[in-house]
Design a binder for this molecule. Structure first.
Ligand SMILES: Cc1cc2nc3c(=O)[nH]c(=O)nc-3n(C[C@H](O)[C@H](O)[C@H](O)COP(=O)(O)OP(=O)(O)OC[C@H]3O[C@@H](n4cnc5c(N)ncnc54)[C@H](O)[C@@H]3O)c2cc1C
Length: 381
């Protein structure tokens, strides 16, 4: 993008090289086997990418939403599911600790998360509370110097691998009385429940977490008891922008595959690219990608300049993954039978992208956020 600074251009180049050399060659294998690319994760730590938004004092890069989205976009081009795990670690776990934890908690947890020695996760969703996240029922009760936590979490990215889980709980009966704890994997009473098998994002482990009288020191409470709704809502904006960044990468990969195939594949004695209906799909794909890039990166720049908006983050999240699902379908169409086959990565890209219409808030929840606010603002005084 013309408005990237030199540091952002360098980051983009580094991530592009890493994605092509480390993620793309094994993306299909990890998807088929539902395995996590731990080697790539460790190398991301060596490259300083695992604390992209964290303070350099703790080993982070001290960068913002633009840099984080560049990483998602470049990695998403090669392997969206490894990128989702990266997002859960850096944006859902590390960025939340960076933004909300005490200096002591940051000093204890961030260095190992940022070096890649530890893997992070964030646990908000429960089996009966997904879109209605504020209704969660996992309970934390104070018991002397500890809290006792009971409940289950569902759909948690990196669950079975996670050493540190940024976990939302209920600490009172009032709807908004939620509190966050940093949970370590060997906490007594905490365990990994079961892995969840999915349509896409299969190189990103997803699972259930179980808390049965889990004993957590009160030192692991983040901020004050009962004040977590604010943390939760604040981080959702960057989560929504960066997850849409993965979709931008998927869309670019679809277009590149289509351009190559439309030149190589001949029917009726001509390359596919000569047929106007194929040209229309390619031209619309390229136009949508340009619009998405300008939209997402200008929202990122605004975010980094302190001009943050819940509605615009929801618009990025609603608009981009939905457009990219259409792009994935058109890319499959352009490739005909080959597009439908598992020999090419296009069907994987479609399966992976669909998650981005669900995770971090569904399309319908984004519609609610955007429409409610606009209607409120337009209400006659
Ligand atoms: C692969 C994967 C990874 C995930 N990773 C994490 C993670 O790391 N941490 C975490 O905490 N969570 C995670 N999630 C959970 C994710 O955020 C939820 O799945 C999502 O918020 C939707 O919740 P739900 O699945 O319970 O669907 P529901 O809330 O039950 O929604 C079902 C359908 O009803 C619609 N709906 C719900 N309410 C309304 C309404 N008021 N009006 C109109 N339509 C409505 C929804 O849009 C959806 O279409 C992950 C999910 C997946 C699939």
């Amino acid at each position: 993008m013309w408005f990237f600074n030199d540091e952002e251009r360098e980051l983009q180049k580094m991530c592009k090289d890493f994605a092509i050399n480390e993620l793309a060659p094994v993306a299909t294998e990890h998807d088929e086997n539902e395995t996590f690319n731990i080697d790539a994760f460790k190398k991301m730590g060596e490259l300083g990418l695992l604390g992209i938004t964290a303070d350099p004092e703790y080993g982070g890069s001290g960068l913002g939403a633009t840099a984080a989205t560049i990483v998602m976009d470049e990695f998403g081009y090669a392997c969206a599911s490894s990128t989702l795990s990266y997002l859960a670690h850096t944006i859902l776990c590390v960025n939340n600790i960076e933004a909300n934890a005490s200096p002591e908690q940051k000093a204890k947890y961030l260095p190992k998360l940022i070096s890649g020695e530890h893997i992070g996760a964030m646990a908000m969703t429960e089996a009966d509370f997904g879109s209605d996240a504020i209704g969660i029922q996992t309970r934390a009760k104070r018991d002397g110097d500890n809290y006792i936590i009971n409940g289950n979490k569902m759909w948690i990215t990196n669950a079975e691998r996670a050493d540190v889980i940024y976990t939302y709980t209920r600490t009172g009966d009032e709807k908004k009385n939620l509190s966050t704890f940093i949970i370590e994997k060997d906490t007594p009473g905490y365990s990994f429940g079961r892995p969840l098998h999915k349509l896409g994002m299969r190189a990103s482990p997803t699972g259930e977490l179980v808390f049965e009288n889990a004993k957590v020191p009160k030192a692991n409470l983040v901020g004050k008891e009962g004040d977590s709704v604010y943390h939760m809502m604040k981080n959702l904006d960057i989560e929504r922008i960066t997850i849409a960044g993965i979709s931008v990468g998927i869309a670019r990969a679809c277009l590149d595959n289509c351009l190559k195939y439309a030149n190589e594949r001949h029917q009726f004695g001509k390359p596919l690219g000569n047929f106007q209906m194929i040209q229309k799909m390619i031209a619309e794909m390229a136009t949508d990608i340009e619009m998405m890039k300008h939209f997402i990166y200008s929202v990122c720049k605004d975010y980094d300049n302190g001009n943050r908006g819940k509605v615009v983050a929801a618009e990025v999240k609603l608009g981009i993954p939905k457009m990219v699902t259409k792009i994935c379908l058109d890319a499959i169409q352009i490739h005909g039978g080959m597009g439908y086959s598992r020999e090419l990565p296009l069907e994987r890209m479609l399966r992976d992208n669909k998650l981005n219409e669900i995770g971090a808030g569904t399309n319908e929840v984004m519609v609610m956020i955007i429409a409610r606010q606009l209607l409120k603002e337009a209400m006659p005084q």
